[in-house]
Ligand binder design. Structure first.
Ligand code: SF4
Length: 466
């Protein structure tokens, strides 16, 4: 039987057993020892924020809902696209006219790593700049600020400190994220990640499996292994566990019912991962395999390390599995030099693969990347047009794929309850959203069978099959 999730949350958040640093110099007694944390970006950032919150809670800090109520205001940032960076600086700009005396304002994550001390010039009210590899040092850095230091930075990237935090406060009561590999050794010409998150570092397999066991004991039945290139995992212990073996070992932990992983790099995607999914139903039937473009020429310019043909061979390998595996992807349109014909090849890739879902973006130049030096002649409105065409095509494909599921029964981990009576929602193993009806009183956190009765491009509609 599933453990009630409110009890798990209590246990996950209730470990504030360490005392706060003695010297405090915050604005008011209500704000003392409180923090506000806003997160931008991907699941890895979400999980980093869970670790930051855990580190602070373990030191006796209390999390509050608004920056106004907090003594410590933290923004965990994303720099993957220019828009995300603008959003962070616009948030910081709000403090230009606000009373911030006595408060500590900190920038964490990728923008911190990318911009470094330049943030102090742009937003002089910021006093803390800290990249993801230095989060364990946060209490020490905050203590330095509280005892009179004006500005503090933590910008090392080549460290595996980030894996082992004394406490992670998990926000999602139904799915636990676990970072198994940090940084990236690839050098895609448009991407800032190798610069902001540093070189690839894999976490020891025994440490990962220990945490999976702890999560299962806390009542989590679904874990998601995270990495920028999760399948490039290279176990640093003498055991040298392969990624596929790690998936199987995590799935064997008593109490674990689903093991997810994201994001996979096509070049490192090997047949044993498909075999693991085939042999162990607890490993989710979903692979996120970013293609980025369907044009061989653009892939070369992007330094993606595979050709269109090689990518399609990986797709064929996944499609050859004994059980159907959902495939999702990322696509960038308007990369420098992408011609209409290159773009059409991306559209034809969509036709050929028929993805279950995709994330699509307009190319945006990033600092410290090779693509920045490329001539970028494609006007913004043309990038916008290509994005709209791509999304419309994908919408048709998704609708058609979801319609084929009508009449089937799928297993749903229930993670949401609608205000409308008898309406619930959750995810399938293949990561499809299912909105379904059930007269049951309480289903959150349980697995139910739902019969699919309808489909939209982004979700399935169903009813509880009892
Ligand atoms: S594989 Fe490429 S796109 Fe992904 S994180 Fe590494 S450099 Fe960036």
């Amino acid at each position: 039987m599933e453990k009630p999730f409110d009890i798990q949350l209590e246990r996950l958040t209730g470990q504030a057993s360490y005392s706060r640093p003695a010297a405090m110099n915050l604005a008011s007694s209500q704000e003392r020892g409180t923090f506000f944390l806003e997160t931008f970006g991907c699941q890895m950032n979400d999980h980093d924020s869970e670790k930051v919150a855990g580190v602070l809670l373990a030191r006796g800090y209390r999390q509050v809902e608004t920056p106004e109520a907090a003594g410590l205001i933290l923004y965990n940032t994303c720099s993957i696209r220019e828009k995300a960076v603008q959003k962070v600086f616009s948030r910081l700009g709000e403090y230009r006219t606000k009373q911030v005396e006595g408060k500590i304002i900190g920038v964490l994550g990728c923008v911190a790593q990318q911009e470094g001390e330049a943030i102090f010039e742009r937003a002089p009210w910021v006093s803390l700049v800290c990249g993801s590899a230095s989060y364990r040092r946060l209490p020490e850095m905050i203590a330095q600020l509280e005892t009179g230091n004006h500005r503090v930075t933590g910008l090392d990237t080549d460290t595996d400190e980030t894996f082992e935090t004394e406490m992670t406060r998990r926000d999602n009561p139904f799915r636990a994220y676990l970072t198994i590999i940090e940084g990236c050794d690839k050098s895609c010409s448009y991407c800032v990640v190798p610069y902001t998150r540093g070189p690839e570092r894999s976490r020891a397999s025994d440490s990962i499996l220990r945490e999976v066991r702890q999560l299962a004991e806390l009542g989590y039945s679904e874990v998601q292994l995270l990495g920028q290139t999760v399948n490039s995992y290279a176990d640093p212990t003498p055991r040298k566990m392969r990624f596929a073996e790690l998936l199987l070992a995590a799935a064997e932990v008593p109490g674990i019912r689903r093991v997810r992983f994201t994001t996979s790099h096509p070049s490192d995607f090997t047949a044993d991962i498909v075999q693991a999914i085939d042999s162990q139903p607890k490993i989710c039937d979903h692979v996120h395999l970013p293609a980025q473009s369907g044009s061989g020429k653009v892939l070369r310019e992007m330094q993606r390390t595979y050709t269109r043909e090689e990518y399609l061979e990986k797709i064929a390998m996944i499609r050859g599995a004994r059980r159907p595996i959902a495939i999702t992807t990322d696509i960038i349109v308007g990369f420098p030099g992408e011609t209409e014909s290159d773009f059409e090849q991306t559209l034809s890739l969509l036709d050929e693969v028929r993805y279950d879902s995709l994330f699509s973006f307009k190319y945006s130049p990033r600092p410290n990347t090779a693509a920045l030096r490329m001539n970028d002649p494609i006007p913004e409105e043309e990038k916008g047009r290509r994005l709209a065409v791509l999304q419309e095509k994908q919408r048709e494909i998704q609708t058609a794929r979801n319609l084929t599921l009508i009449g089937e029964t799928v297993e749903v981990l229930v993670s949401g309850k609608s205000r409308r009576e008898n309406q619930w929602s959750g995810y399938t193993s293949s990561h499809r959203v299912v909105n379904f009806t059930s007269p049951a009183k309480e289903l959150l956190g349980t697995y139910v069978q739902a019969r699919v009765t309808g489909a939209t491009p982004n979700s399935l509609v169903g009813e509880h099959a009892v």
